[in-house]
Write a protein that binds this ligand. Structure first.
Ligand SMILES: Nc1ncnc2c1ncn2[C@@H]1O[C@H](COP(=O)(O)OP(=O)(O)O)[C@@H](O)[C@H]1O
Ligand SMILES: [Mg+2]
Length: 221
């Protein structure tokens, strides 16, 4: 299988001289379509930095990274879908408008974009809140709208950064289930960065990161 992402000797240092922070140190790995990875580490260990590099949204200071199956994904929501700790929904748009937005921005006709967005919300059991604004949603619902927005663009790789950081356990489980179901449905690789045990108990593979050093452990599948 062609890897979605491959990296070797990967490093990211912020700043220079005595103030330099080595956020990622000499990491090697690959992500494939059927990978379901929990990226586990304490706060400040380098999880977000690694995800941004993998997404093609940041440039490494050392080593190489490539996207053999994707070209260079830089910010393309049809290649890499992202879900962050804060749902990043546009506050003045309803749930369905938020889900349709990336499609509309990429030239999908309005009627098709809204049909796709409605179907994605329905798939994640959110049809009832489709016409609500983000501040009328619970934290868990807002996160699942962000997952529906990913589902609508059917990316090849799905990256989530602390998606359960601000919601209760029940909602966290629903968000993780939605992420995994979305990855399965569209055939995308999935990486979820978190220090939440629920995340690494739920996903079959584990990458542990500590002080910027990544170790591939717990590959249970
Ligand atoms: N833009 C930045 N400028 C300087 N240091 C940064 C920047 N982003 C992250 N860092 C540092 O890199 C390290 C890893 O950060 P981060 O990847 O955000 O960790 P995590 O997501 O695991 O909490 C931390 O020491 C953090 O302070
Ligand atoms: Mg982080």
């Amino acid at each position: 299988m062609t890897a979605l992402v491959e990296f070797a000797g990967l490093g990211r240092t912020f700043g220079s001289g005595p103030q330099a922070v080595v956020a990622i140190h000499d990491a090697m790995g690959a992500i494939e379509q059927d990978d379901r990875i929990a990226l586990v580490g304490r706060s400040g260990s380098g999880k977000s930095t690694l995800l941004w590099l993998v997404a093609g949204l940041d440039t490494p200071t050392h080593g190489t990274i490539s996207w053999p199956a994707l070209g260079r994904p830089k910010g393309d929501p049809f290649l890499v879908g992202t879900v962050f700790q804060v749902p990043s929904l546009v506050p003045t748009l309803t749930a369905v408008e938020n889900v349709a937005l990336p499609l509309l921005l990429h030239g999908v006709a309005e009627r098709d974009a809204f049909a796709t967005a409605d179907a994605a919300l329905e798939r994640i059991d959110l049809a009832a809140v489709a016409r609500q604004l983000p501040d009328e949603l619970s934290g868990g619902q807002a996160q699942r709208v962000a997952v529906a927005r990913v589902l609508a663009t059917r990316p090849r790789l799905l990256l989530a950064d602390e998606p359960t950081g601000r919601i209760d356990r029940h909602a966290a489980r629903e968000v993780l289930d939605a992420l995994r179901a979305t990855a399965d449905e569209v055939g995308a690789g999935l990486v979820v960065a978190s220090h939440d045990p629920l995340v690494y108990d739920t996903l079959p593979q584990r990458w542990t990161i500590s002080d910027g050093r990544v170790a591939v452990t717990g590959a249970l599948r």
